[in-house]
Design a protein. Sequence first.
Length: 182
Amino acid sequence: METQHPDVEKILFSETEIQSMVKRIGKQISEDYADKDLVLIAVLRGAVVFMGDLMRSIECPLAIDFMAVSSYGDGTKSSGVVRIVKDLDMDIKDRDVLIVEDILDTGLTLKYLMKNLLHRHPASLEVATFLWKDVEGRETAIEPKYVCTHCPDEFVIGYGLDYAERYRNLPYVGILKPEVYS
Ligand code: XMP
Ligand code: MG
């Protein structure tokens, strides 16, 4: 059992669980992209930890690139309008692009990003998300092809996910104690 950070109320997914989920997705991607021209695009900053593990579990040749986006609006709710803060360095025309995301909530951020990337004419465009916060009665704006696991409608931290830029380095995913917010 790993040591739990004092600010963490509950561990949702342990390091061991996460590692086996990521390996499973990596194996699937390795098969699906065996004869493709794969480019992984991670969305900064939350997806870096997932990206690091995922790319090492994929066996076919691949390239990586990064994008950073910032959401317009009050910051607590997804507005669906995002600004590209850091664009790709690579040309993705005719390549098989897989967006790597930490967490899919409403899906509005990725919907916007995918629309933007489609204008660059990739051969294919899919999404791999570590977590999918699927809320009953609510439709997500996009359908991810690869999902490590579903997660409850709570604010989660760890494994790349932050609260005020902290906790990204925790090797597990957890829920914070309420007093940390106040
Ligand atoms: P949408 O709703 O557009 O937003 O899919 C996804 C983005 O919102 C952030 N997000 C979270 N970040 N813990 C976090 O650290 C969470 O529980 C959480 N829920 C949403 C995240 O930046 C993601 O890319
Ligand atoms: Mg994110």
